[in-house]
Design a protein around this ligand. Structure first.
Ligand SMILES: Nc1ncnc2c1ncn2[C@@H]1O[C@H](COP(=O)(O)OP(=O)(O)OP(=O)(O)O)[C@@H](O)[C@H]1O
Ligand SMILES: [Mg+2]
Length: 359
């Protein structure tokens, strides 16, 4: 099969807790799910987004790909965490070509990494004046761009894992951008004002705050749902898997349901602190308030988490189902279990909307 701009890529989301793969056929508004699968990973094989046990992760991915019976090796993956920096900066008015030359020279002052160790990308933010609209004498006028820098090491590590599992990575995206693409399948973020997308992952709470559909502020908060797993492990002297089972309803001997709920709520406190700080930062820098939030990631499957977060964040919260506007393909999907785990699939489904465009 030849790769064209229409070839559905295999989306690979290597999270700290599990790998998710997905594939969407078709175009926006008419997506059909070709594949979706999840493979749990051993604890600590991926730490804070960085693959530690490459053999295990490659093996898990290869098994997942085999089980899904994929007919294309072309893949899109994502990265997150410390190795990723996204920043809104102001630059002089230039067109795309000029920016491509200008940004790599300018970027160094904005990024906390050695410029030789990163790959840089950028996006002109809509809403700022374009070159055509502005007059020559307004030379001082600036435009906003979203600067993205990702350490080579993490891109290479992701690519190597995919290649070792028999795939051909053609795009490496970011979790926080994939979340946006997933939501845009069924919603028009550009008509929704200021919206926070919160992905309650294992190692991270990935956050993207958008204004009228445009990314305004992102963070991979390095505290996630593993904090809760660890608390439960310590509290009830359990193994990792046993503790994970509590989250899906198992109650260990001698424990009370109330106690468990309390431990879960407590583990959200550091996450809430960081979310509050981020909301605050967004409101002071953008003169706007977050009006609503979408929840995704494994933690979005905790019963009642939407109400709890709505209360603590002071905004309406909706648990997002990235499959809501996706037709289930001809393969036999178990619609019910797919629906239940849908929030966890958000990044994979967002990645699956990407197409590889030739130049
Ligand atoms: N049904 C469930 N109810 C409650 N929590 C759950 C459920 N299923 C998974 N989780 C929790 O969700 C977390 C994993 O979420 P997710 O799969 O989104 O993380 P990840 O993508 O692997 O990690 P990260 O994005 O942080 O690298 C784990 O802490 C797990 O215990
Ligand atoms: Mg994740």
């Amino acid at each position: 099969m030849f790769l064209s701009a229409k070839t559905p890529l295999l989306a690979v989301d290597i999270g700290s807790n599990s790998i998710k793969v997905g594939r969407l056929m078709g175009t926006p508004g008419k997506y059909e799910l070709l594949n979706f699968g999840v493979m749990p990973l051993e604890s600590e094989s991926v730490i804070e987004g960085v693959v530690q046990d490459e053999d295990h992760v490659v093996d898990a991915l290869a098994r997942l790909v085999k089980a899904e019976d994929m007919d294309t090796p072309y893949a899109v993956a994502s990265v997150a965490g410390e190795a990723v920096m996204i920043k809104k900066i102001k630059v002089p008015m230039m067109n795309q070509e000029e920016l491509e030359e200008f940004i790599p020279q300018e970027a160094e002052q904005y990024i906390p990494f050695d410029i030789d160790d990163v790959r840089i990308d950028f996006q002109i933010l809509e809403g700022t004046p374009t070159l055509e609209e502005h007059e020559l004498e307004e030379e001082e006028e600036k435009q906003e761009i979203l600067l993205v820098a990702v350490q080579n090491e993490i891109i290479d590590s992701r690519s190597n894992v995919l290649t070792a599992a028999g795939l051909k990575p053609v795009i490496i995206d970011l979790d926080v951008f994939a979340m946006v693409n997933a939501i845009n399948i069924s919603r028009n973020l550009q008509d929704m004002g200021s919206v926070a997308i919160i992905d309650l992952g294992g190692a991270f709470t990935h956050l993207n705050i958008l204004m009228d559909g445009v990314t305004s502020y992102t963070r991979d908060i390095p505290v996630g749902q593993d904090a809760c797993t660890n608390t439960l492990m310590e509290k009830y002297e359990l193994e990792y898997r046993e503790s994970e089972n509590i989250k899906v309803g198992a109650i260990p001997e001698g424990a009370e349901k109330e106690e468990i709920i309390e431990a879960i709520i407590e583990s959200f406190e550091p996450i809430l602190d960081e979310l509050h700080k981020s909301f605050e930062f967004f409101s002071t820098t953008s003169n706007s308030q977050v009006e609503q939030a979408f929840l995704c990631g494994g933690g979005a499957m905790i019963p009642g988490v939407d109400g709890f977060l709505a209360d603590r964040l002071g905004v309406p919260v909706e648990i997002f189902n990235p499959m809501e506007a996706v037709r289930l393909g001809s393969r036999k999907f178990d619609a019910q279990s797919l629906g239940q785990m849908a929030p966890m699939a958000t990044v994979a489904i967002g990645l699956a909307t990407r197409r590889f465009d030739y130049i």
